[in-house]
Ligand binder design. Structure first.
Ligand code: SAM
Length: 330
């Protein structure tokens, strides 16, 4: 239902209220306690520690945005609220964790980030986000969990590629290895390694130990600004959007230095397009600015960046750019 402009603007203004309410739904375990059968309010109050009259107020507000439904016998999930359960397929709970605290605080300085450029997070916390995550292990682990939880689409994009011409794969900034392990599990002729920061190593090794492809997957602790291992195929999934053009070029060139001629690079990123209606991508573009000083890019911007970084773009789609290492000039 289309709202009159005066109400629509209030709906938009209340975005921060919705964000915090979703945080409560996840943090208090409310989403995990609701099921497909109605659960009485008093039972939920007992589980969440929120007194029933207060919980009713929260649910009344959430209902207006399609989160939970309340009937005479109790509370049930909607398709939207179900995704807030920790164990739901495609759960967004780990994302709620990272958006409602660090993300929320950093966005308070959006205007400064827009005017002056660079990360609001870094200004607030005195160090770049990945350095901060490395020095706050619990927060780092939560971030890595959120990345793994949100990587289903990226895995699907990668699994849809033809891997018959590859033998070795390095996933640059590959996090805990969710993407690479999925590829290795589907293609037993491949071996691979994740390159990521030393702080991610323990979590990655734990995940690799649970995978049938774990014995074909290594972890290289280091920085992609310094050195990248040799492979015939590289993956960079939502890595370059964390960085401004100058830093992104350093990563691409560092990868090109390691790559044999003819090596392939699969860049899994959003390609910004002008469309009508609500779209998460332009908001993520601002989020990258606020958190990291990074950006999302249009196809033309991606092509220019990759070309300057030593990679020819052979194919570009809405979620993937396939590149080939440029021949070294003699
Ligand atoms: C947005 S996450 C993407 C993770 C993964 N590729 C995925 O698709 O979920 C960016 C990753 O880059 C890693 N990273 C950040 N700085 C790095 C550096 N200097 N060297 C290597 N990895 C780095 C982070 O630790 C994180 O795992």
């Amino acid at each position: 239902m289309e709202l009159p402009p005066a109400q629509d603007v209030m709906r938009l203004l209340g975005g921060y209220m919705v964000t915090q309410a979703l945080g409560v739904v996840v943090d208090s375990g409310l989403a995990d306690r609701v099921g497909d059968e109605p659960v009485p309010l008093e039972v939920l109050a007992g589980h969440t520690g929120i007194p029933a009259p207060q919980l009713a107020r929260l649910l009344r507000a959430l209902r207006t945005v399609g989160v939970f439904d309340t009937g005479p016998d109790g509370v049930v999930h909607t398709d939207t609220s179900r995704l807030l359960c920790r164990d739901a397929r495609a759960s967004v709970a780990p994302f709620v964790d990272i958006h409602t605290d660090r993300g929320y605080a950093a966005w308070a300085d959006l205007l400064v980030a827009l005017r002056e450029g660079g990360s609001a997070f870094e200004r607030q916390r005195g160090m770049p986000m990945f350095e901060w995550l490395s020095s706050h292990p619990d927060e780092g682990a939560r971030f890595n969990e959120a990345m793994a939880a949100g990587s289903r689409q990226r895995r699907e994009v990668l699994l849809a590629r033809d891997w018959s011409g590859s033998t070795s794969v390095v996933d640059i900034g590959g996090g805990t290895g969710t993407n690479l392990l999925a590829v290795l599990e589907a293609h037993p002729h491949l071996t691979g390694a994740v390159l990521d920061l030393p702080s991610v190593r323990e979590q990655a090794l734990a995940l690799m130990a649970t995978s049938p492809a774990g014995d074909r997957c290594g972890f290289v602790a280091g920085s992609f600004f310094d050195e990248v291992p040799v492979a015939d195929t590289y993956v960079m999934a939502v890595v370059l959007h964390d960085w401004d053009d100058e830093q992104a070029l350093r990563i691409l060139r560092s990868c090109r230095r390691a790559a044999p001629d003819g090596a392939r690079l699969l860049v899994v990123e959003t390609v910004l397009a002008d469309g009508e209606g609500w779209d998460w991508a332009p908001w993520m573009d601002l989020h990258m600015l606020v958190m990291l000083g990074g950006r999302e890019r249009t196809e033309a911007e991606w092509r220019r960046l990759l070309q300057d970084g030593g990679w020819d773009v052979e194919a570009a789609g809405p979620r993937l750019l396939e590149c080939r290492a440029q021949r070294e000039t003699p």
